[in-house]
Ligand binder design. Structure first.
Ligand SMILES: *[C@@H]1O[C@H](CO)[C@@H](O)[C@H](O)[C@H]1NC(C)=O
Ligand SMILES: *[C@@H]1O[C@H](CO)[C@@H](O)[C@H](O)[C@H]1NC(C)=O
Ligand SMILES: *[C@@H]1O[C@H](CO)[C@@H](O)[C@H](O)[C@H]1NC(C)=O
Ligand SMILES: *[C@@H]1O[C@H](CO)[C@@H](O)[C@H](O)[C@H]1NC(C)=O
Length: 317
């Protein structure tokens, strides 16, 4: 009996040479969130969806990414209204902020499963001026969990997270608006790469409109030259997962593609739209199981290919 007590006491005590701090891990996630003045919306929605029961359960072991009040306030009006009128939808969205086990934010590209089974990706970005951690592309405001919690860990996040599709990058581009890209990928034998479950990639996906901007005949010629086509496609793939949040915080940056080209990333005037090389991002941060997709409005041609556009020798390659 005595030895059990000692073990329990040791488990609860953080021993320091100066003083022994015996603060029991007795707070539940709920108790902490309820008193946190940036979490009132989250607590309110947890009550509506019955997730307050989970937060209060002292025997839970879970990770909560709680969006700040500001994050909920920033939702578009119609989205917010839909959430408040559709309990199933609210439950889905709220559950996507609850993860199994104690998630540590220390491994880049680690995946975690939400209580609903959907996955989120953790990314760690470093910059000479700041470090940033994102979960499914959403910046984590506070990367150290609160101490003294007995039933989980809690991180505050800057945006409301939405359940991500369970498909790969290939699943996402398997859509009518990417028919040219699909054709090109098939011709270059690159579809399985985009479907790869292991690769952590950023795909810069040109829409059909982007292909439509090429000079007449260029695309047809490109389809006939598989090595060149492969190089062009590789210039749209980056072997790391770059969510826009990092570039927005850093005020820009660059990415190096699989074709070896460095693409400058800049922000447009409103500081929210990314420009990658010559292309504007028309849809950013589409989470997929193997990384992230940004849709772009023109092709990113490697410098040596660009020189051939519209030239007669292109017809002979
Ligand atoms: C946890 O324990 C501390 C110290 O004994 C106490 O001050 C605090 O009120 C307790 N919290 C809860 C939620 O029981
Ligand atoms: C959860 O919140 C709802 C709404 O505030 C409340 O009616 C319910 O009693 C709460 N459940 C628990 C277990 O606290
Ligand atoms: C970023 O994190 C690294 C590793 O933990 C640390 O050495 C560095 O000082 C941090 N940089 C900034 C700007 O906080
Ligand atoms: C709440 O979180 C937002 C970020 O979403 C932050 O800008 C704001 O300062 C925080 N407010 C408080 C009171 O901590």
């Amino acid at each position: 009996m005595k030895s059990t007590l000692v073990v329990v006491a040791l488990a609860y005590c953080i021993v320091s040479t100066v003083h022994v701090s015996c603060q029991p891990f007795n707070d539940t996630l709920y108790a902490l969130l309820k008193d946190h003045d940036n979490s009132t919306r989250f607590v309110h929605y947890a009550g509506q969806t019955g997730l307050n029961l989970t937060l209060k359960d002292p025997y839970e072991s879970l990770t909560v990414f709680a969006p700040s009040n500001q994050a909920f306030d920033q939702l578009p009006k119609d989205v917010k209204k839909e959430l408040e009128n559709d309990l199933d939808l609210l439950t889905d969205v709220m559950t996507f902020h609850f993860y199994q086990g104690l998630v540590s934010l220390s491994v880049n590209n680690a995946l975690s499963s939400s209580l609903a089974g959907a996955q989120a990706r953790i990314n760690l970005y470093t910059n000479p001026k700041f470090n940033m951690t994102t979960v499914s592309g959403v910046p984590v405001i506070q990367t150290q969990s609160f101490p003294g919690l007995r039933n989980g860990v809690l991180y505050l996040v800057d945006k409301v997270m939405f359940p991500i599709p369970t498909g790969t990058a290939l699943t996402f581009v398997n859509d009518d608006k990417f028919s040219m890209l699909n054709l090109a990928l098939a011709k270059a034998g690159m579809t399985s790469f985009l479907d790869g479950k292991d690769a952590d990639v950023t795909i810069l996906a040109p829409s059909d409109e982007a292909f439509g901007q090429l000079p007449p005949g260029f695309f047809d010629d490109l389809l006939q030259d598989v090595p060149l086509l492969t190089k062009v496609l590789q210039n749209h793939i980056v072997r790391d997962v770059w969510y826009s949040a990092y570039f927005v915080a850093a005020g820009g940056g660059s990415m190096t593609t699989m074709a070896g080209q460095q693409l400058d990333v800049t922000l447009t005037d409103d500081d929210t739209t990314l420009q990658i090389g010559d292309a504007s991002v028309t849809q950013s941060d589409v989470s997929v199981t193997n990384g992230v997709v940004h849709v772009i409005n023109c092709l990113l041609l490697p410098a040596d290919v660009r020189g051939k556009v519209g030239r007669p020798e292109m017809r002979t390659v």
